[in-house]
Structure formats: structure tokens, C-alpha cells
Design a binder for this molecule. Structure first.
Ligand SMILES: *Cc1c(COP(=O)(O)O)cnc(C)c1O
Length: 439
């Protein structure tokens, strides 16, 4: 059983008639369906039917002698995955959540963010980064990006700090580390908190420290499109702050506190205290045992995954560097170690005689996919509905405008064969040459 008393749920101890029997178990038939789901018949290879029949036979034998998994959420696997995260990243506290959006919600709450406060984040990120601030009526202030990495530009952050600024949220876009020192200096000078959105950055480092452990809070998305996943959805929140860290499991599950009880009942329900001592109310973003197990399995492969990605990015850089007008992706320096979640392709439109959209059309003709991460956030309808003036904001983010509309996109760099990686790089060079020749 979990030794974390705040996550006890209905595990009320050993007895002849256990309470946990009120939930339904999984059986051998169900497990066969799980196996088929995770290892489907889609490889176009013969023999799936026979191989699966053998598995079913073995599973019938196993089901006849096995017990049943009775703790499906918030148990030993979640504890073990959190322990692994603490050890791997060197963080004092770690919390698994149902997704990173919810991990960020907890960090925002414990940082005391409230309506009317300002949060600075890059103009290029995913809506998840600002979901909670928008929800509570805090104001999102968009920092312009560095044209080389598309990460937020610390100099523009400095320009946009006001007395209302309460947080800075750098996003390590595509897995390339943000220049964190100037951000942390600004935060210290102004007494504001930093939360790192490392949705793309698990395993990356800045000056020897893991991304997610430099700011006051940080964490990772485990959604299926990120570098590793916990069966499709999940998040990890990290912090070294004791006041916040000790409240993480209360913040994850509605403030239920089994270390204290009201009269004649199993637990008490408490509020959270934010950085300023104000009350915050917890939500529910629990994660299942199976997801936590899935995470531990993939976390063991993290270094290997990054190494494969790095090799593909280096190869792509080497091929693209030969062609004038293509700006290759910034590689690691002595201070940075990126995760290569996405390959950042940039061009100089003047040199190649066409912008990124013309290049994208050519890449599509050659059978390549590319997805620019992400559209400038101030352009979306939700922001207009909230009264954000897109053109006024755009005027303060010239690099975001220029880069997004003319100069960059992202390519896949993982789960590709060597042939596909080579084809992709050569097709890009070919497409650029065609544009130069006016074809
Ligand atoms: C995916 C992503 C998130 C959200 O993560 P979820 O786990 O899906 O909630 C946040 N920020 C960025 C930059 C992302 O790409």
C-alpha cells in the first residue's frame, strides 16, 4: 500500500471483507484486449494471428493462477514513478498529474497567481501554458522570441516587467534550453516566481542542471506526442520549495488530508496556502497506476531516446548546412543540452527567393510533413474574446511575426528510419534549390 497517507482513497486496511471490492477488476480476457491494443496487427507482417493465439493461451494459464490488480490509481506505482523522477532530475519534490496542464495549474496556484496579476510567457507556445491564468482572469503578457531558437528573449522579458508581474514562464521550445540565467536574475530582482514549461524538454540540461529544476517550479508533459509518455497522457511537476512541495499531493486530490480527521469521519479536507499565505482550493488531477508504470518503463530509455534524436538532428544539420539560405538548428553548446523534441528548420527568405509557406508547399509535394510549433498565441479567437488586441501585441513581438510568417517550421526527427531521415534532408535541399531557380 502507498505510504503516502494523503493518497489513501478507500484503502481502509486489511480485513476479511475488504472495502476495495466495490470496484470492478480486470480479467484475463480484458488483458488480451490490452495486449492487442498495445501490440496491434498493423506491421503488415505474416504470423500475427498465430502469435496472438499463443499469447492468449499463455494468458489463460496465467489468469487461472494470478491475483487481481486491486489498486488502480494513486498507489505504489505512482509513488515509485515520483521517486524515479526525483532521483533522475535531482528535484526535492515531484508530483505525477493527469496532464501537464494540471501540473501547471498547481504551480500557478501555489505561486499565488490571481486575477489582475501579469504573467510573462513567450508569444510562441501552446495554449496549455496560459490556460490557468486566462481562466482566473490574470493577464498574459507575451514576450518576443529569439529568432535563433524561437525561445522567449530574456531582453524582451525585462522590457515587459511591470509592478503587476507575478511570474515568468519560459518554454523550452522543441527541447532547446532557454537561456535561464538572465530570467532567474530578473525574477530575483523583482521577487517573482519562474515556472519552466518543459513539455518538450524532459532530460535536457542548462549549465549542468536538468530543465525543470532551475525555476521555482518546472515540469513535463507525458502526452503521447512528447519525448516519453505515460500511456498517452500525464504530467510531472517538480519543485524544491518546501512550503509548496509539502502540499503537492493535497493539491492533486481535492485537499483530502487523511493525516487529520473531522469527528467520526476518515479524513479532513483542507485548503492550500500559496506563496503569500492566501487560500487556494485544490482540484482533482490524479493519475492511474498503469500510467505510472508506463512512465517508469519509458523513463529508463530517456537517455537512449535523446541520443537517437540528437544523431538524426546532427545528420540533418550536416546536410542542410551545405545549402546557402538554410539556417541549421542551433546545436548544444558547453552550457546547453537539448532534447531534440522537434527539428527547427529556418530559412533566409531573401536568399532562397521564397518564404516558408512556399517552401512548405514544395516539401508537401515531395511527401514531407512539417508542423510549425506554434501559431502566435495572440492571433487566436479566445484571446480576442478576452479583449487582447492582437495587432497591438504583434507590434511588440516583431521577431515572432517575422519568423512565424516567413522563416521557420518544425520537422519530425524521431521514429524515422535512416532512409527517411536522409530522404527528408535531401528533399529539403532540393526544394530550396528549386525555389532559388524560380521553379
Ligand atoms: C503539450 C504541451 C503542454 C501541455 O501538456 P499536456 O500534458 O498535454 O497538458 C504545455 N506546453 C507545451 C509547450 C506543450 O507542447
Amino acid at each position: 500500500m502507498s505510504d503516502n497517507k494523503n493518497d489513501f482513497r478507500y484503502a481502509v486496511g486489511p480485513s476479511k471483507v475488504p472495502w476495495y471490492a466495490v470496484g470492478e477488476f480486470y480479467n484475463g480476457m480484458d488483458v488480451k484486449s490490452f495486449v492487442k491494443f498495445l501490440l496491434p496487427d498493423t506491421a503488415d507482417k505474416p504470423g500475427y494471428g498465430e502469435a496472438f493465439a499463443k499469447v492468449c493461451e499463455a494468458l489463460d494459464g496465467l489468469a487461472a493462477v494470478s491475483g487481481k490488480a486491486s489498486k488502480l490509481t494513486m498507489g505504489d506505482q505512482v509513488n515509485a514513478a515520483e521517486q524515479a523522477a526525483k532521483e533522475t532530475f535531482g528535484s526535492k519534490y515531484a508530483l505525477l498529474t493527469s496532464c501537464w496542464t494540471m501540473g501547471m495549474e498547481i504551480a500557478y496556484k501555489l505561486s499565488g497567481l490571481k486575477a489582475g496579476d501579469e504573467v510573462i510567457m513567450p508569444a510562441i507556445t501552446f495554449i496549455a501554458t496560459m490556460a490557468y491564468p486566462l481562466h482566473i482572469g490574470a493577464k498574459v503578457v507575451f514576450a518576443d522570441v529569439d529568432p535563433e531558437t524561437l525561445n522567449l528573449d530574456p531582453a524582451d522579458v525585462a522590457r515587459k516587467i511591470t509592478p503587476k508581474t507575478k511570474m515568468i514562464v519560459p518554454v523550452h521550445l522543441g527541447g532547446y534550453p532557454v537561456d535561464m540565467d538572465p530570467i532567474m536574475d530578473l525574477a530575483k530582482k523583482h521577487g517573482i516566481y519562474v515556472m519552466e514549461d518543459c513539455a518538450h524538454g524532459m532530460g535536457g540540461k542548462y549549465k549542468g542542471k536538468y530543465l525543470g529544476t532551475i525555476g521555482h517550479f518546472g515540469g513535463f508533459s507525458l502526452h503521447e506526442v512528447k519525448n516519453i509518455t505515460s500511456l498517452g497522457e500525464g504530467g510531472i511537476l517538480l519543485t524544491d520549495l518546501d512550503d509548496a512541495g509539502k502540499q503537492l499531493s493535497l493539491a492533486r486530490f481535492l485537499g483530502l488530508d487523511a493525516t487529520r480527521q473531522i469527528k467520526d469521519w476518515l479524513y479532513d479536507i483542507v485548503s492550500l496556502r500559496d506563496r503569500f499565505g492566501n487560500i487556494q482550493i485544490a482540484n482533482n488531477c490524479s493519475i492511474t497506476e498503469l500510467q505510472a508504470l508506463g512512465l517508469q518503463l519509458q523513463m529508463k530509455r530517456l537517455d537512449e531516446i535523446i541520443a537517437i534524436r540528437r544523431k538524426a538532428a546532427e545528420y540533418t544539420n550536416a546536410v542542410l548546412a551545405e545549402e546557402d539560405g538554410i539556417l541549421v538548428e542551433k546545436q548544444d553548446t558547453a552550457e546547453t543540452f537539448g532534447t531534440h523534441h522537434l527539428y527547427l528548420l529556418r530559412i533566409d527568405p531573401k536568399k532562397i527567393g521564397g518564404d516558408i509557406h512556399q517552401l512548405e508547399a514544395k516539401l508537401k509535394e515531395k511527401g514531407l510533413t512539417n508542423i510549425t510549433h506554434f501559431g502566435p498565441m495572440y492571433r487566436f479567437q479566445v484571446m480576442k474574446d478576452l479583449g487582447y488586441d492582437e495587432n497591438a501585441i504583434a507590434a511588440t513581438c516583431p521577431n515572432t511575426e517575422r519568423m512565424f510568417y516567413t522563416s521557420y517550421t518544425h520537422l519530425p526527427i524521431y521514429n524515422l528510419s535512416q532512409d527517411q531521415i536522409e530522404y527528408q534532408a535531401k528533399a529539403i535541399v532540393e526544394a530550396v534549390r528549386e525555389l532559388k531557380a524560380g521553379k
